[in-house]
Design a protein around this ligand. Structure first.
Ligand SMILES: NC(=O)c1ccc[n+]([C@@H]2O[C@H](COP(=O)([O-])OP(=O)(O)OC[C@H]3O[C@@H](n4cnc5c(N)ncnc54)[C@H](OP(=O)(O)O)[C@@H]3O)[C@@H](O)[C@H]2O)c1
Length: 305
């Protein structure tokens, strides 16, 4: 009897969207504490474009002999469970897989993951929408952890890229911690940024108490922080050097089922933003990457394996 397989999008020799291949991979059974999920939706994130063009291979962060899996976050349905897992088959879940050096990813029909990394998707939140939350929601929550509670004096926070996935969540979540938020975004994003309860600018002057750098402006973002303020970046492999007494941090998103559950609940209630630009079949992965690379897309492309 032939081994059952599922389809997954991978890169062997990464050189951009044209190097993405869809291959057949043997089905694996979940071990203790794990579940197998049938993936309904996987978000296309900026990091995936970097993996597909070999950016992280060139940095030495990927060392896969055969192929590298694409995709970090997903939503789908539990189809099999290992020992000790209480989630029944049929449960709608979302989650995140992290790390660059892996032969599997979420651009696939199936995934075996630890149950602890999953959150149940609330009724009323569709799986395409839910798949856009894990990576960027957890990254934003991590950025807010690094910012901490706003001091009573000096609570002016600039969020760069506030119309993006990470920036939009930070703009919303940081207000819970006393930050008075201004979002830096393009002129056409004003309504969206203000809908998050933030003030809006297209052209920030220096002098902010803190900057959360969702646009990955890096040194240009750091230059906007006042002396002695704080900066939180989004690129762990390129943390800007501290200067002028500024506290510099950089976020690294990790799976966290309970925290993701809270983010999904707040997404379902409409408190947090979630935007799907288009949901397309897995076969259109290269076109989706090309479209995202051009910039200006609002909301995520979501792949439907
Ligand atoms: N470290 C981690 O764990 C982690 C996790 C998630 C994401 N990230 C990183 O975080 C960054 C943001 O991710 P994302 O998914 O939020 O990306 P995104 O949705 O593309 O958002 C970025 C936003 O920044 C805007 N932008 C860029 N330059 C700008 C400028 N000069 N002025 C105003 N707006 C500007 C973009 O607008 P245009 O499209 O018009 O350019 C876009 O709206 C990426 O670098 C990603 O790799 C890191």
């Amino acid at each position: 009897m032939s081994t059952p397989t599922f389809r997954a999008a991978v890169v062997r020799t990464p050189s951009g969207p044209g190097s993405i291949e869809i291959i057949d991979v043997p089905v694996a059974e979940p071990g203790p504490g794990e579940v197998r999920v049938e993936i309904a939706a996987a978000a296309v994130n900026p990091v995936d474009l970097g993996v597909a063009r070999g950016l992280f291979h060139a940095m030495g962060l990927v060392n896969q002999p055969e192929h590298t899996g694409l995709g970090w976050d997903f939503a789908g349905t539990v189809v099999a469970t290992g020992a000790g897992v209480s989630l029944p088959a049929g449960t709608r879940v979302a989650g995140l897989v992290d790390g660059f050096d892996r032969d599997f990813g979420t651009y696939a029909e199936q995934l075996v993951v630890p149950a602890a990394d999953l959150a149940v998707v609330p009724d009323g939140l569709d799986l395409a929408m839910a798949s856009t939350v894990p990576l960027n929601g957890l990254a934003a929550a991590g950025i807010v952890d690094l910012l901490g509670d706003a001091p009573t004096e000096g609570n002016r926070l600039l969020v760069t890229g506030a119309a993006g996935a990470v920036g939009g969540y930070v703009a919303a979540l940081a207000q819970d911690h006393g930050w008075q938020v201004t979002g830096l975004a393009r002129a056409e994003d004003e309504e969206f940024v203000r809908s998050l309860g933030a003030a809006f600018t297209t052209n920030a002057e220096p002098g902010w108490d803190a900057v959360a750098d969702g646009a990955a402006l890096q040194e240009r973002g750091l230059a906007l922080v006042r002396d002695g303020g704080s900066f939180v970046g989004v690129q762990p492999s390129a943390e800007p050097a501290a200067e002028r007494g500024i506290t510099v941090g950089v976020v690294v998103a990790h799976p966290d089922g309970p925290r993701l559950g809270g983010l999904l609940a707040r997404t379902a209630s409409g408190e947090l933003p979630a935007r799907v630009h288009a949901a397309v079949p897995l076969e259109q992965v290269a076109d989706a990457h090309r479209a995202v690379a051009k910039g200006g897309v609002r909301g995520r492309y979501v792949l439907k394996p």
